[in-house]
Design a protein around this ligand. Structure first.
Ligand code: ARG
Length: 291
């Protein structure tokens, strides 16, 4: 397998200073922002170190004042085969990130790390890889909508990439991005949290994923932001996991790396959304590494 490359953002201007999802608690943050920021710096460093230790490369982009959620680049774009489709954020609080990330993608393009930047139609809201997850084993995108990304992002993504996709409507404000409740693992397993989906979305998941490949997360596991995991090969990097999940994944042959991401969970994010995979290919190179 090629060495995976992830984008992360420096956490220097991170904070929980507004509330755009039910996890965000500005009151707790404001009780001690200095301690919060120092914990966030340590957590971000630990995540970066865990990714590097497991064999990945990490590209960092700088923080920007006034954009505390810039630390979640999973929301910045969908990237496949070098094609970058930049996000359009639902909430004004995050819309300022669009220009920052766009500049970062232009730089990555100039360096040859991505090849093309393709725009979504103007009336589409789409929050990047947080709501559009490539499944290498099945050769398709899983596309979340209904909380942040709009339903019309589904045909727009189909148009931009020309790849098969399965749309999944999200049912819960607490699991507002697909990546909070859905994580395909290489080898064909799927870690997911059923209560986050509408009945139609669950039926769509069941039609694509055989019962033996379904790993259903418990309430506790989902609330620990452990479904929001980074996976490549057998490596799985996630927030501190309940014992139950550690056992399930280890028994299936995955190697779990846990990082204390508490400051970012206070913003409603975990390991996956703090990263954006830059080098994902749809071809055979990353396909079917059987666990
Ligand atoms: N505070 C951020 C927001 O509400 C957290 C984003 C987490 N990202 C994710 N892909 N789940 O937008």
């Amino acid at each position: 397998m090629d060495q995976p490359i992830f984008l992360m953002t420096e956490p220097d201007h991170f904070g929980v200073v507004y509330q755009i999802n039910p996890w965000m608690r500005p009151d707790s943050w404001h009780a001690d922002p200095v301690a919060g920021l120092s914990a966030a710096r340590a957590a971000s460093r630990a995540l970066r170190a865990a990714l590097i230790e497991t064999g990945a490369k990490v590209e960092m982009i700088p923080a920007a004042p006034g954009l505390p959620d810039l630390v979640f680049p999973a929301n910045a774009a969908i990237i496949l085969d070098g094609v970058v489709v930049p996000a359009r954020f639902r909430h004004p609080e995050r819309q300022g990130e669009e220009a920052m990330f766009r500049a970062a993608f232009e730089t990555l393009k100039a360096r040859g790390l991505v090849t093309e930047i393709v725009e979504l139609p103007p009336d589409v809201i789409q929050e990047g890889a947080g709501d559009c997850i490539w499944d290498a084993d099945r050769g398709l995108f899983w596309v979340g909508h209904g909380q942040r990304s709009s339903a019309n992002s589904v045909p727009a993504i189909a148009q931009a990439f020309g790849k098969p996709l399965v749309a999944l409507e999200l049912a819960s404000p607490r699991f507002y991005h697909l990546d909070t409740c859905f994580c395909p693992l290489q080898g064909g397993k799927l870690l997911f949290y059923p209560p986050a989906f509408t009945p139609e979305a669950l039926a769509a998941i069941h039609s694509q994923v055989a019962p033996k490949d379904r790993i259903e997360a418990s309430d506790e596991e989902a609330q620990a932001f452990c479904v929001n995991a980074v996976n490549f090969g057998r490596q799985v990097v996630m927030a501190k996991a309940p014992q139950s999940l550690r056992h399930k994944l280890t028994a299936l042959g995955y190697r779990l790396h846990e990082v204390d991401l508490a400051p970012f969970i206070l913003s409603g994010g975990g390991a996956y959304c703090m990263t954006l995979r830059l080098d994902r290919r749809s071809g055979s190179a990353q396909l079917r590494i059987r666990a």
